[in-house]
Design a protein around this ligand. Sequence first.
Ligand SMILES: NC(=O)c1ccc[n+]([C@@H]2O[C@H](COP(=O)([O-])OP(=O)(O)OC[C@H]3O[C@@H](n4cnc5c(N)ncnc54)[C@H](O)[C@@H]3O)[C@@H](O)[C@H]2O)c1
Ligand SMILES: O=c1ccn([C@@H]2O[C@H](COP(=O)(O)OP(=O)(O)O[C@H]3O[C@H](CO)[C@H](O)[C@H](O)[C@H]3O)[C@@H](O)[C@H]2O)c(=O)[nH]1
Length: 334
Amino acid sequence: MSILVLGGAGYVGSHAVQALVEKGYDTAVVDNLVTGHREAVNGKARFYEGDIRDQAFLTSVFHQENVEAVIHFAASSLVGESVSEPLEYWDNNVSGTRVVLDVMKEAGVKHIVFSSTAATYGEPEQVPITEDMPERPTNPYGETKLAMEKLMRWCDEAYGIRYVSLRYFNVAGAGGSIGEDHDPETHLIPLVLKTALGQRESISIFGNDYDTPDGTCIRDYVHVEDLIDAHLLAIRYLQEGKGSGIFNLGSSQGFSVKEIIETSRQVTGEKIQEKVAPRRKGDPARLIASSDKARSVLGWTPTRTTIERIISDAWEWHKGHPRGYNDQKGADLS
Ligand SMILES: NC(=O)c1ccc[n+]([C@@H]2O[C@H](COP(=O)([O-])OP(=O)(O)OC[C@H]3O[C@@H](n4cnc5c(N)ncnc54)[C@H](O)[C@@H]3O)[C@@H](O)[C@H]2O)c1
Ligand SMILES: O=c1ccn([C@@H]2O[C@H](COP(=O)(O)OP(=O)(O)O[C@H]3O[C@H](CO)[C@H](O)[C@H](O)[C@H]3O)[C@@H](O)[C@H]2O)c(=O)[nH]1
């Protein structure tokens, strides 16, 4: 039986596909390549190009694959874009997930592992954030992810489709031949590393007047490979017949924007010019996860936890692929 990875050509999804193949899982991928890269998909996984909202297409994939579990990464995930395009976000994320669950129901597939986000919490009253804290998303992206979680909950009640929703904090790093290549790139670490490569003049610090020790925002960075380990544990958890659940995934440590830039200088040996820019709308001052639940219930033990390791793994990939996947068109990643 196969694991079907929706959005498996994207940054996080392609790392999941690589790990699944390495662990010997029979793996299939669906992706419409809107933000993903065909080159990022391990050659041992079967690839179906198409949109999860296309119910006939997705049904045909389920007819060709004997799907045991779905891992669902396919979504639109830029906070700023979601504020200007809420209808598009609702359509791709919520309507897309509705189709996925409908096709799973028809095919009798009962397990789904889902990419959720810290954005479901909004501005937290305190950190570290635990899963029982209030969910008050401050943008349509977080709102759609919360709606998708709620839809899964009702589908569990109605059809017995059990889910594990993993609320990622800030995913970063890379694993060997694959890495992070978004266009446009909006995430801090790849932008800092592109500055180190000389592709940008400077990195903008979005606000230095936050109520934090150095005035810049604090985030919890988690290595993409540690994050994927949690997905494999989540599949096992569902296979063992355990109940649906929601889990934070972070490192439980916070780093400010300035600390990320300074560590990147040390890792790369480059100067990396910085400049202060206005605050970015909707940015909470501090987001730090408690991942105690993932550790105790799923048995998650992240091992690539230092910020130096996360940044240096990302740096290795960016140095080797200064133009992202354009540097390896046609390469075989098997
Ligand atoms: N990167 C992060 O820091 C982060 C943090 C929290 C949550 N997440 C979530 O993790 C998931 C993966 O994030 P990412 O950074 O890898 O994003 P990404 O954009 O690199 O990957 C998403 C993939 O899904 C595909 N896709 C999107 N809509 C689709 C559709 N309708 N049909 C088929 N394929 C579709 C894209 O082409 C892409 O390959 C997303 O659901 C995102 O919301 C990411
Ligand atoms: O050029 C930049 C880019 C980012 N930042 C700052 O760096 C921090 C991290 O920003 P990212 O864009 O890298 O990540 P976010 O914290 O905004 O977003 C992440 O966390 C969100 C949850 O809040 C969502 O899950 C989202 O998908 C995920 O990428 C923020 O304080 C941001 O203001 C800068 O100062 N300059």
